[in-house]
Design a protein around this ligand. Sequence first.
Ligand SMILES: [Zn+2]
Length: 472
Amino acid sequence: MAGATISGFMKKLCGCGALVAAAVTAVSALQAKRTISLVVTGGTVVTENATRQIVSPGAVAIDGTDIVELGPPDALAAKYQARETVDARGQVVLPGLINTHTHAPMVMYRGLADDLALMDWLQKYIFPAEARTVSPEMVRVGTRLAALEMIESGTTTFADMYYFEEEIARAAFGAGLRGILGQTIIQFPVADAKTPAEGLARAERFIREFKDNGLVVPAVAPHALYTNDKTTLVASAELGRKYGVPVLIHIAETEDEVRAAREQYKLSPVAALESIGFWGPKTLGAHGIWVTDEDIATLKRHAVGIAHNPESNMKLASGAAPVGKYLAAGVALGLGTDGAASNNDLDMFEAMRQAAFLAKLATHDPTALSARSALDLATIGGARALGMERLVGSLEAGKRADLITVSMAAARQTPLYDPISHIVYTTRGDDVRTTIVNGKILMKDRQVRTLNRAAVIAEANALAAKVRDAVR
Ligand SMILES: [Zn+2]
């Protein structure tokens, strides 16, 4: 079609040599255009690359699973012919957000028990509710609901720790999300394992099944220092090393945990895990609130990633992680929501905003965590914490095409002076228009393509009736 237009144009210009030559050049440029699968064009592209470049207006050319090139829309339009186009004019284009700590199926316990301290909340409500209701069906239904919420709020990668993790893996893969998914190992009998040995065997089967999946990275997730004995913790770390997969754990979440570790190990939780050889470059600790300067140095030395969960930490009054100290020490720090029972949603925009606010409040210093740093935590920082910075976390040629477009048209986003300020301080998950993972569009113009929205919500409501009966 474009060729026909040019030839018509040439006929009109007959007799004018220079213009004909120019038109011929245009025709050969058209013929040389590379066909690609997708272009996202016209938006303000916030790359999160090493120089934190912003291209406005910008375009992202995608072929298959990867980003091919970024640049001004005209320059890319001259080089590429895309099979599908996302018009991002008036929007901000961001790397997909990375949730470094959650328990996806716990969306089924959203609002079930609030306003309690962690140990009361866990022991009186969550653990009993889980004992009665966790099943492959609950995990499948809950994960589909969580996936819907994540896609609709711009999360493209999530790190998870739960039971029946193979169900989570299948549901996440079906929805098109990227996941670091950890099979929980815990000392007491749970729905999917009567003993930690059974849990470890289940984790090994899970790792073997998903080791070569393009989207799901299987992992081992010993719940915490205080819910596992030394033998189980060592075996979990060894299993991770045997297969070269990540190991995820809750660490230094409460002052009670520190007291228990001091009694049992005569050490801080971080030091206790170091003393048994637990830490390594593929380990990720969630929370890391009650840590000493020495603990931070230990985490840095072992290249441990930390998942900061400001909303869960505030809601359970667990404390404020020393975000500034982690960043100053060069620890790979990401951001998480934690499970929806302690947050109560999976909106990473809210997590960014609360991370900035909490850091400021906790240090009495409004410069403690800037909007720019909060965005870093939710993108490239999370990728580093998960050891995936070569694949995701920024928009750069050669990386996987995980990106979102975000509307800036709401009253609360007007006027727009600085997109970074708005992303962190006024934007909500609902403002996300497009979510792309691995080059595949999961949502366009807020229409989710990989899940049947009405069916997912109906299924979750039907299951909630069973949860309500079980905990009554
Ligand atoms: Zn957690």
